[in-house]
Design a protein around this ligand. Structure first.
Ligand SMILES: [Cu+2]
Length: 270
């Protein structure tokens, strides 16, 4: 009975997670699943969008007004004026003020993203042409993550987004992600967590997220990196602490980077 309940609940969870991937004809952002993404969505919806709409409506009104009021038949002798100091000061100052109003919360969000809290778990994402490789440096785990081909998709897997080996992380924990690449530029991006960082060969970038909801989250490489750029998706599975520990004990064996034998590290044949 417990097992049936578990299967049923995991079925529900997988389906709830469907909200966290791109949908057909979607407008706007994916649902935020971290504090950082919530900040970004609020900033966009509550500040940027009203400003953008107000400016567009104002400019549209000015254009229509000028078209009607100064049309040739109503205004046969056009003004020859070339300067107006008051108007020039206003149309310089007002946009400056608007930019400052936008910049202050924007910098706040940027700094918050840039300050990594004490990490509970560190993972390393390495971009390859054309798949992602992952390491859990503290757990001796390493694996590659390839896109699932369309013919091999399970019913619950979205096309072009599902991978064979997902990144698994515990819910409500600070996850630090080290990002690099092995060949060309890639970018590790996960919209629901508000995370996007370039993967640069020879350099390690870092970012972090704290997922607030269990589920499966999808992202894609976001730097044009070659012919199969569109086919190197990112899948992160957020699970409970117990499920994570369970995955960890399996992964330590399945994806062991180095074999531990007689207390000595030995390179495992992969
Ligand atoms: Cu790429």
């Amino acid at each position: 009975m417990k097992k049936i309940l578990f299967i049923f609940s995991s079925f529900l969870i997988t389906h709830a997670a469907f909200a966290d991937q791109p949908k057909d004809w979607q407008l706007g952002f994916q649902n935020p699943a971290s504090d950082g993404m919530r900040d970004i969505v609020n900033f966009h919806n509550n500040l940027l969008l009203p400003i953008i709409i107000a400016i567009s409506v104002f400019v549209l009104f000015l254009m229509l007004y000028a078209c009607v009021r100064f049309r040739a038949s109503a205004n046969p002798n056009p003004s020859k004026r070339t300067h107006n100091v008051t108007v020039e000061i206003l149309w310089t100052l007002i946009p400056c003020l608007i930019l400052i109003v936008m910049a202050v919360p924007s910098f706040k969000i940027l700094y918050k993203q840039d300050t990594i809290p004490k990490a509970d778990l560190t993972i390393k994402a390495i971009g390859y042409q054309w798949y992602w490789g992952y390491e859990y440096p503290d757990e001796n785990i390493i694996f590659d993550s390839y896109m699932v081909e369309e013919k091999d998709l399970r019913a619950d897997q979205p096309r072009l987004l599902a991978v064979d080996n997902e990144v698994v992380v515990p819910v409500n924990k600070v996850i630090k992600v080290l990002i690099t690449a092995n060949d060309v530029l890639h970018a590790w991006a996960l919209p629901s967590f508000g995370v996007k960082r370039d993967a640069v060969p020879g350099r390690v970038n870092e970012t972090w997220f704290k997922a607030e909801k269990e589920g499966t989250y999808y992202g894609q490489c976001s730097e044009l990196c070659g012919i199969k750029h569109a086919f190197m998706p990112i899948t992160v599975k957020v699970v409970s602490e117990e499920d994570y520990q369970e995955w960890l004990s399996e992964a330590r064996v399945k994806f062991a980077k180095e074999e531990i034998e007689n207390d000595k590290l030995k390179l495992a044949s992969k």
